[in-house]
Structures are given as structure tokens and as C-alpha cells.
Design a protein around this ligand. Structure first.
Ligand code: ATP
Ligand code: MG
Length: 139
């Protein structure tokens, strides 16, 4: 059975450009409940740890740099079928392919600066939520 929580980040560009409020409004309007939320300025090292699955890829160094430029908004979100529904809601990784009305279609600047992150499995949602929030903050 699919889990009911996912982890998301509003990425540095989108926060810096003042889109956090609009994106949070969309998230809530789409039926996701905010369980945990905080603003965090990642170091390049921590960003690299978060995206360690991409170690060695050509875009890894620039991803680390972009994700540590300025603060992100970290979020644990709750909804039935959360992981899959949230990935659909944010749209394709490359905003050029993102469907109309999705967060990435509306707010992404490029493939690298694509406004939001969404976990890709229930297992990773738990790992990523734990990366940012202690047990006390999660409930
Ligand atoms: P995210 O994990 O941020 O939600 P995703 O799961 O849609 O995105 P991943 O394959 O996990 O995509 O890539 C992580 C991030 O790395 C992407 O969101 C994007 O910012 C960047 N990225 C992915 N592929 C490329 C690429 N070919 N060139 C440049 N940047 C890329
Ligand atoms: Mg991913």
C-alpha cells in the first residue's frame, strides 16, 4: 500500500524570488497537509549528501552549488498516495516537459533550477524527512 507522506523542498531560486508563499498555497490547495516546515541554508557538503545518489554525474557539482546558494524550505507533507501524487503535481524534472499548471511549469527557470524537489519513493520520503527533521519536529 502506498504511504501517506512525502518530503519536499522549495529550492533556493524559488525562495529567493519570493515564490514560497505561492508554492505553499498551491501545495495546500492540492490537498497536501503541511506536517513539518522549516527554512534551512544547506552547505554544499550537506546538499551533496542529500543528492548522493547523483554522485559522479556531470551535473552533481553544479547541483550541490545551486542547492547551497541560499536557503530552501524543507517540508514533510501528508496526503493519501503522497509520493506519486506530489510528483505529478510538481511536473517533469525538465520544465520544458512539465505539464501545464504544475509547479515546475509555473516556477522553474531551467532543468537545474527547477523550483521544487519531491521524493521518488516512500522509502526515500522517510530518509529525506529524517535528514531534515528530528522525531520531535515531525509530529
Ligand atoms: P528532485 O530529486 O530534485 O525532485 P527529480 O527527482 O525530478 O528531481 P533527479 O533525477 O533526482 O530528478 O535529479 C535531481 C535534480 O538534479 C533535478 O531536480 C535537477 O535539478 C538536477 N538534474 C537532473 N538531471 C539533470 C541534468 N541532466 N542536467 C542538469 N541538472 C539535472
Ligand atoms: Mg530525485
Amino acid at each position: 500500500m502506498a504511504g501517506n507522506r512525502t518530503f519536499s523542498m522549495i529550492k533556493p531560486d524559488a525562495v529567493r524570488d519570493g515564490h514560497s508563499g505561492s508554492i505553499l498555497k498551491m501545495i495546500e490547495a492540492a490537498g497536501f497537509r503541511i506536517v513539518s516546515i522549516k527554512l534551512v541554508h544547506l552547505t554544499s557538503e550537506k546538499a551533496g549528501e542529500f543528492y548522493s545518489v547523483h554522485t559522479g554525474k556531470p551535473f552533481y557539482d553544479s547541483l550541490k552549488s545551486i542547492m547551497s546558494e541560499s536557503p530552501i524550505v524543507a517540508l514533510i507533507l501528508e496526503k493519501e498516495n503522497a509520493v506519486e501524487d506530489f510528483r505529478k503535481f510538481i511536473g517533469s524534472t525538465n520544465p520544458a516537459n512539465a505539464a501545464e499548471g504544475t509547479v515546475r511549469k509555473l516556477f522553474a527557470k531551467s532543468l537545474e533550477r527547477n523550483a521544487v524537489h519531491g521524493s521518488d519513493s516512500d522509502e526515500n520520503a522517510k530518509i529525506e524527512g529524517d535528514f531534515f527533521f528530528s522525531n520531535l519536529e515531525k509530529f
